[in-house]
Write a protein that binds this ligand. Sequence first.
Ligand SMILES: Cc1cc2nc3c(=O)[nH]c(=O)nc-3n(C[C@H](O)[C@H](O)[C@H](O)COP(=O)(O)OP(=O)(O)OC[C@H]3O[C@@H](n4cnc5c(N)ncnc54)[C@H](O)[C@@H]3O)c2cc1C
Length: 452
Amino acid sequence: MANSHNEVNVVIIGAGLSGLTAAFELKKQDISFTILEARDRAGGRIYSLKEDHFGLDLGAQWISTHHEKMKRLIAEYDLETISTSQKGKTIYEQRGRVKEVNGFLPPVSRLALMDLFKVKRKINHMIKQLPDEAPWNSELGQSLDQITMQDFVNASMFTDEGKIHFTLLAEEELSTKMYNVSALDVFWFLKSAGSVNKLLSAEQYWIREGASSLVESMAERLEDYIEYNRPVEEVKYDSYNEAVVSSGEKQWKAKKVIITVPPNITGNIKFDPELPKARTALQKESDFPFVMKMVVVYDKPFWREAGLNGSLFSDQGPISLTMDSSPKDQRFGVLTILIGGENAQIYSKMGQEYRRNETIKTLVRFFGEKAGTPIQVYEKDWSEDKWTRGGYGSHFPPGTLTKYGNALTEPVGPIHWAGSETATKWRLYMEGAVQSGQRAAEEVWHDLHSKQ
Ligand SMILES: Cc1cc2nc3c(=O)[nH]c(=O)nc-3n(C[C@H](O)[C@H](O)[C@H](O)COP(=O)(O)OP(=O)(O)OC[C@H]3O[C@@H](n4cnc5c(N)ncnc54)[C@H](O)[C@@H]3O)c2cc1C
């Protein structure tokens, strides 16, 4: 807790999952801290609504069985989870062709399947050669950073059908076109998940009361330490051991500052002296794609009766992905919808009514007439949210990571960097946010300890 002069050892900027995690680590070490959060709530990119004690996630939702840190948190806070329904057919729309598929094999010819299998094996082999940390310093990393992911796919795959399917899945995961992103960025993302298959199975279950119930419980235990509605405007630092953090009229003096704000909006904060050029260039070049999430509630999960599992992948838009997020007892049905990249950019400019109508029309096209009569439609446009400005996380074009990658985590005087963008395991996921908060707190603890 800050004393009356607002002097603490550490100021944490941002009460998302990474900031909350860093706070618990500091608390364990008896290091004084304050968390300054711009919004009136904790969680950042985690944001759920509640319908009859059931969570409707408009931000981060799914967890994988490989997310060890998240699993521990869920157990610690005694939260119930629901498994993503796998029974029934998945719908794929690729270049206008719609197919319903049972099981896990993609709806492509044997030749395209072979092509997909080969490229997956190639990627898995290559990511094993990349170092976990700072892959841009390796020879392989540097060569991958010279091309886009689209270049890599074009050079590595031999069937159009295989390429189309790969593109569908990759662009949904990235929420942007593969030609916008460095191949290294994507390889590092995959490396951090462990393999292509692990990344593709990241959506295995979710928290029954919504992911917000986790961050709200964490924030409750930290309530004496969090100041809400405190957008940080300036960080002044003049030595390795002193910083003054300002929000409005109020100031906090600290030995260390942990910044968890995503790189694309870190530039909203004024730094005095200015951050090193590599850091500001990294922030400027970080691409936070447009993304929107919608939740459509029905009186029941009617698609299950038709043998569908509620999953839809489409490269035609406006919807990129749907998933069944209904409660176990099926007291109502929930379809979660993700709209990414250019579709989200266009959607963002249209009115809410247009978006609602267009979405329902699209759902009717795939799931039938019953999709036309929802009880509720909720939406969140993350690109329009001042404190996030897109999602799911930052991606970089070719050349940026090689030139400025080290600046992602390199401390600047008393400033340390956290946030899921800085993680080496499950980057850009909640799991990565937790890892980054632990790493930043450890750096701070180590520095403060060694200076005593
Ligand atoms: C639509 C969407 C769907 C997603 N789905 C999943 C999923 O299913 N599974 C998964 O694992 N991950 C998912 N993610 C990613 C996941 O949400 C993030 O990786 C994770 O929540 C990031 O946490 P963080 O603490 O690093 O950053 P954030 O959550 O962005 O936290 C940063 C905090 O800093 C605050 N802040 C910003 N500027 C300032 C300032 N100037 N002063 C003070 N505070 C400031 C923000 O308000 C925010 O609370 C999704 C993200 C989005 C947007």
